[in-house]
Design a protein around this ligand. Structure first.
Ligand SMILES: [Zn+2]
Length: 272
């Protein structure tokens, strides 16, 4: 599957205050993937953000001297710091076993609860349809499971009263989200120019020292690789650094898909 980069639109700026829930399978997924966008949404648009880290991160080391318990604690501290560096203070840890995640109803309920509680306008998650990335990466099954559970929490679970009646009993009323953003996607519709936030993104990524090292190791390893990847993404759409999303919108006036496609082509032509 090849991506037609000329068809991608820039993510529009949002003027009203809003809340975002970002879910990810692992500690550091957000920093590798979407922290540049998160930084811009907070700084440029005043958005408030909740991170939901689904697994406990306990599989993130092959060091025989590292215990799972110590690693789980260390990775939480690193994730809290990474979040703080882009301005996120609300980080939820769901504690599912790292490396064996499945999109169960329990997980869907846990995410539904957070979407209802925070009344998120935008939900950001990993695209569950991504099996392979470029020519060298098999997408981690935890990423796909996290994405699937989040997509179905966003719809239909969050907005449908009879689903998960136990959440009503806990006081969480149904809530309809406005937008779903999928990252790690092979079918992007939008790009986000993160040039002004690339340093913040790298600062956040650098908090995960147990995973990507520190100092020279970080500078010449993960930092170089992620910057290169975002620079490549930027080149494809004519900006310095970019992140990509497949965007679904639920709050727009519903039109026929033909009408939407014609409008999209007009906007794309106007940008050229
Ligand atoms: Zn991951």
């Amino acid at each position: 599957m090849s991506i037609d980069y000329d068809r991608l639109e820039p993510i529009p700026q949002r003027d009203e205050p809003y809340h975002i829930v970002v879910t990810a399978a692992h500690h550091d997924d957000i920093e590798f993937g979407v922290a540049g966008s998160v930084a811009r949404w907070i700084r440029d648009e005043g958005a408030t953000v909740t991170y939901v880290i689904i697994t406990d991160g306990g599989a993130g080391s092959n060091d025989p001297d590292m215990t799972r318990e110590a690693l789980v604690e260390l990775r939480r501290a690193e994730q809290d710091e990474a979040a703080a560096r882009v301005g996120v203070s609300d980080v939820r840890y769901l504690g599912y076993p790292d490396g064996c995640l499945q999109a169960t109803l329990d997980l869907r309920r846990d995410i539904t609860r957070i979407i209802r509680e925070t009344k998120a306008y935008r939900v950001v998650c990993q695209d569950p349809t991504t099996y392979f990335v470029h020519a060298s990466y098999i997408n981690h099954p935890d990423h796909r499971a996290a994405g699937e559970a989040t997509v179905y929490a966003a719809f239909p679970s969050a907005e449908t009263r009879p689903i998960f009646p136990e959440l009503l009993a806990e006081g969480y009323e149904p809530h309809k989200i406005g937008e779903l953003y999928l990252n790690l996607t092979q079918a992007p519709t939008h790009y986000h120019d993160i040039s002004c936030a690339i340093e913040l993104k790298m600062a956040a990524l650098g908090a995960h020292a147990s995973q990507i090292g520190a100092g020279e190791d970080y500078e010449n390893g993960a930092k170089k690789w992620v910057m290169q990847s975002n620079r490549d993404g930027g080149k494809m759409v004519g900006v310095d650094y970019a992140e990509y999303f497949r965007v679904l919108k639920f709050d727009a006036e519903r039109k026929s898909w033909y009408e939407e496609e014609m409008e999209r082509r007009q906007r794309a032509a106007a940008l050229k």
